[in-house]
Design a protein around this ligand. Structure first.
Ligand code: ATP
Length: 509
C-alpha cells in the first residue's frame, strides 16, 4: 500500500505544484481501509486546509492509481504518533496499519467553510432551494475554522491561504432536470442541456443566456448532477465555478507563483467545465486571455464546456474579439420569461415541493401576478406556505393576496404606468418618444432611456423583454441600462444624485 501512496503522491507532486505539495501533502501519512483512504495530518490546521482545498485532487490522483474513487477521510494524527513518527520516513510513505493500542485518530472539528463563491452560492440558494443538497460524493471530515493566517503562523507554516484554489471538482449539485418545469420559454435550453449530457448536441460547448432568475444555474447544476452523479459515470470530473471565482483564483495563483497549477487544474484535470456568469470577465484582460486558453485546451481534449450569462456573447463589452468569437462557437440557447401556463405549472410544482396542493384559483391568481423571474415565484410560494403553516390556516385567496403585496407593485405605483413614464422622461430630458426609442447612442438619450428602463422596472409589471420591446431594445440592454442607473445612484455620484432626483419627481408629475 505504501507503494500506492507513493504513486498517488507522485501524481500530486505534478498536479498540485511544488509549494503546495511540500507544505500540505508531504506531511501527510496515509492508511487504506475497507472504507477508503484515511489521511493523517500533523495538526488540525493542515487537516482542515487539505480537506478544504486538496481532497478532490487527492481523490483524482487516487482514482488513477487504485482504479476506483476511494472515500477520503482526513484526520489529525494522534499525539503519540506525532512524536514517534520517524524523521526518515520516505516522502508520503503509506504508514503501516495502526497498532491496536493506538488511540483513535482525532476527527477534525466542525468548521465554517472558507469563504468561496461556490460555497456562498450554495448556502444562499439553500434558503430557497427546492430540495436538500445532495450529499457530496466523497465525504471529507469537516474542516476547522480558525483565523487561518494566524493559525498558519502558530504552526510555523507559510501562509499560503490565497495561493491554492479551493477544491475544484464540484459535487454539491442542487438542482436536477426532474425539478425543471419546461415550457415554450425554456424548452430549447432544456433540450440542449439534456443533449450535451447525452452527447446528442453535435457540439461540446453550450452557452445559456437569460435575464436573472430564469433557470441558468438550475440547468448548469442539472447537467453537473446528470453527468457526475448519475448513470454510473462518477469518474467523469466535472468542475463548476463562476467567472468571478475563476478570475479570483487566477489572481491568487499569479501572486503565489502557482499559475502552472491553476492552468493544470482548469485545462488538464477536468472532463466537463461548467462556468457561470461569463459576463463577469468583461474588462478583465488577463482573465480573458486565460479563459480563452482554457477553452481552447478543453476543446482540444474533447471536453464539454457549458457557460451561462445574462448577456449574449455579442452583447459583451470589453471582451477580446477572439474570446467573444470563441464563446459563440458552440450552441447558444436563450431562456425567456415564462408565459402564464408555465408560471402556473412552476407554482404548482414548487408548492408540491412544500407538500402542498395549491387551490386552482390561488395558483391562477399568483401566476397572473408574478410575471418576473422564477426566483420571485419560488420565494412567494415559500412565504405563502410558511405563513399558512405558522397561522395554522388554509391557503386562501386572501392569504395569497396578503403575501403578493410584498412582490408586486402597489396600485398607486401601478397608476404611474409606462405611458406616463415615457411622457415624463421625454419632458424631463427634452426628447421625443422617437428619439427615446431610436438607435441613437448620444449620451443624454442613453441616459434618458436607461432612466426610463429603471422607472418601468420599478413602477410597472412589465418584464425586461416587454420593456425592451417598447424601446426597440433587447432584454439584456434593458438590464444593462438599469444596472448602470442603479450603480450611479448607489455610488451617489453627481449623476447618480441627479438621476435620484428625476426618479423621485415622477411621483408628483
Ligand atoms: N423552469 C424552472 N422550473 C423550476 N424551477 C425553476 C425554473 N427556472 C428557474 N427555476 C428556479 O428559480 C430559481 C432561480 O433560478 P436560477 O438560479 O437557475 O436562475 P439564473 O438564471 O441562474 O439567475 P441568475 O442570473 O440571477 O444567476 C432556482 O431556485 C431555480 O430552481
Amino acid at each position: 500500500m505504501s507503494e500506492a501512496w507513493a504513486q498517488i503522491t507522485d501524481i500530486l507532486a505534478k498536479t498540485t505544484g511544488p509549494g503546495t505539495f511540500k507544505v500540505w501533502i508531504k506531511p501527510l501519512d496515509a492508511e487504506m481501509s475497507e472504507r477508503g483512504l484515511t489521511l493523517l495530518a500533523p495538526n488540525s490546521f493542515v487537516a482542515s486546509w487539505v480537506s478544504d482545498r486538496l481532497s478532490s485532487d487527492i481523490a483524482d490522483a487516487a482514482t488513477q492509481v487504485l482504479g476506483r474513487r476511494p472515500l477520503i477521510e482526513i484526520k489529525v494524527r494522534p499525539r503519540e504518533r506525532q512524536k514517534v513518527r520517524p524523521q526518515q520516513m520516505s516522502l508520503g510513505a503509506m504508514t503501516a496499519p495502526a497498532p491496536a493500542r493506538r488511540e483513535p485518530a482525532q476527527p477534525v472539528q466542525a468548521a465554517e467553510p472558507v469563504a468561496a463563491v461556490v460555497s456562498a452560492m450554495a448556502a444562499a440558494a439553500a434558503n430557497c432551494a427546492p430540495h436538500a443538497a445532495r450529499p457530496a460524493q466523497q465525504p471529507v471530515a469537516p474542516a476547522v475554522h480558525t483565523g487561518r493566517a494566524a493559525a498558519a503562523e502558530q504552526f510555523g507554516l507559510p501562509n499560503l491561504m490565497p495561493t491554492a484554489p479551493k477544491t475544484f471538482t464540484y459535487t454539491n449539485w442542487r438542482f436536477r432536470f426532474d425539478d425543471f418545469v419546461v415550457g415554450p420559454c425554456n424548452q430549447l435550453a432544456f433540450a440542449a442541456a439534456n443533449g450535451i449530457c447525452r452527447d446528442q448536441l453535435a457540439t461540446h460547448q453550450l452557452f445559456l443566456n437569460s435575464s436573472p432568475g430564469l433557470g441558468k444555474t438550475h440547468l448548469l447544476h442539472a447537467i453537473g448532477s446528470q453527468i457526475a452523479g448519475h448513470s454510473n459515470r462518477s469518474s467523469v470530473r466535472v468542475g463548476y465555478a463562476t467567472a468571478e471565482e475563476f478570475n479570483r483564483q487566477l489572481i491568487h495563483a499569479i501572486k503565489a507563483k502557482e499559475v502552472e497549477r491553476f492552468k493544470a487544474q482548469y485545462r488538464d484535470s477536468l472532463d466537463v467545465l461548467l462556468l457561470e456568469d461569463v459576463h463577469f470577465l468583461q474588462g478583465k484582460q488577463v482573465a480573458q486571455d486565460e479563459m480563452l486558453a482554457t477553452l481552447n485546451a478543453l476543446e482540444n481534449r474533447g471536453c464539454k464546456v457549458v457557460m451561462s450569462s445574462s448577456f449574449l456573447p455579442r452583447e459583451l463589452k470589453d471582451v477580446d474579439s477572439q474570446l467573444a468569437s470563441r464563446l459563440c462557437a458552440g450552441f447558444l440557447a436563450t431562456i425567456d420569461a415564462p408565459d402564464f401556463d408555465t408560471r402556473r405549472r412552476i407554482l404548482d410544482s414548487k408548492a408540491r415541493m412544500h407538500q402542498v396542493v395549491l387551490p386552482g384559483d390561488v395558483s391562477e391568481y399568483l401566476a397572473d401576478n408574478l410575471r418576473d423571474d422564477v426566483r420571485q415565484i419560488e420565494s412567494c410560494i415559500q412565504n405563502l406556505v410558511l405563513k399558512a403553516r405558522l397561522l395554522g390556516e388554509h391557503i386562501t385567496m386572501d392569504l395569497a393576496a396578503e403575501i403578493l403585496q410584498n412582490y408586486t407593485i402597489s396600485s398607486e405605483a401601478r397608476a404611474i404606468g409606462l405611458q406616463k413614464i415615457v411622457k415624463y422622461i421625454c419632458s424631463s430630458f427634452e426628447l421625443t418618444y422617437a428619439q427615446l426609442s431610436s438607435k441613437s447612442r448620444k449620451h443624454n438619450i442613453v441616459l434618458a432611456r436607461n432612466t426610463a428602463f429603471f422607472l418601468a422596472r420599478k413602477y410597472t409589471d412589465l418584464g425586461l423583454k416587454q420593456i425592451g420591446d417598447q424601446f426597440n431594445r433587447r432584454h439584456s440592454t434593458v438590464l444593462k441600462g438599469i444596472t448602470n442607473v442603479e450603480r450611479e445612484i448607489s455610488l451617489q455620484t453627481p449623476l447618480g444624485r441627479q438621476l435620484d432626483n428625476v426618479i423621485e419627481r415622477i411621483k408628483s408629475f
